[in-house]
Ligand binder design. Structure first.
Ligand code: ADE
Length: 233
């Protein structure tokens, strides 16, 4: 079953409003919703903000039967060409706040783990196609950098760009990626740019959230239409 996650209410409420035959599955600290969206059985969940919340929620979704995971939400643009409203579809994900360099590991690498987690190619292609159908939206594939930090400075953006080649910064995706990769479940992260992670980021983020949340919903619906066709083929 397909699972759709977001970190905040705004990121999933539009999808939740359209979820048919809704059933709630209560888990410690997290509510999962099971139902039918555009004819497909799905699980839906709000994780809360940050990598731990995202990792825990992903684990509950997998235990509830998720076989593919889509994370949708907003991000700060890092790639210099990204503008508010653009969409990044994850090629791979890194945890930019991990630092075990004192023991000789590359910045971002957790000992015993891959330095980055690759998103599923098929889900990436489907997400890009669906995103490019949303009017007025530019969609790019790119690396998503996650960390328990809201990036709001030129230096912060510069670091993510030069150290990681990140396209955007957010706070959950790589945790979901790490959990899914452990059990070989395909995933993709779709992020709408709500700000450019600079000193105006906190203002832009609040202003543009409703618009980008609508875009995110349209991308997920576009993906469901395509995944539904594949499932029936
Ligand atoms: N989510 C949206 N904007 C962000 C930013 N600037 N940093 C981290 N997460 C974000």
């Amino acid at each position: 079953m397909l699972a759709i996650m977001g970190a905040m209410d705004e990121e999933i409420e539009l999808l939740l409003a359209d979820l048919q035959d809704q059933e709630t599955l209560q888990r410690p600290g997290v509510t999962l919703y099971r139902g039918v969206l555009d004819g497909l059985p799905v699980l839906l969940a709000k994780s809360g903000i940050g990598k731990v919340n995202a990792g825990v929620t992903a684990a509950f979704l997998l235990a509830a039967g998720a076989t593919q995971v889509i994370f949708t939400g907003v991000a700060g643009g890092v790639h210099p060409e990204l503008r508010v409203g653009d969409i990044v579809v994850s090629t791979d994900l890194v945890q930019h706040d991990v630092d075990v360099t004192a023991l000789g590991y590359a910045v971002g690498t957790i000992p015993g783990e891959a330095p980055a987690w690759a998103a599923d190619k098929q889900l990436q292609a489907t997400a890009l196609e669906a995103a490019r159908e949303v009017e007025g939206v530019r969609a790019l594939p790119g690396r998503v950098a996650s960390g328990d930090q809201f990036i709001a400075s030129r230096e912060g953006v510069q670091r993510l760009w030069t150290q990681f080649g990140a396209a955007c910064a957010e706070m959950e995706g790589a945790a979901v990626a790490q959990v899914c990769a452990k059990v070989d479940v395909p995933f993709v992260v779709i992020r709408s740019v709500s700000d450019t992670a600079d000193h105006d980021a906190n203002v832009d983020y609040r202003t543009f959230m409703p618009l980008v949340a609508r875009h995110a919903k349209q991308v997920v619906r576009g993906m469901l239409a395509r995944l539904g066709t594949t499932a029936q083929a």
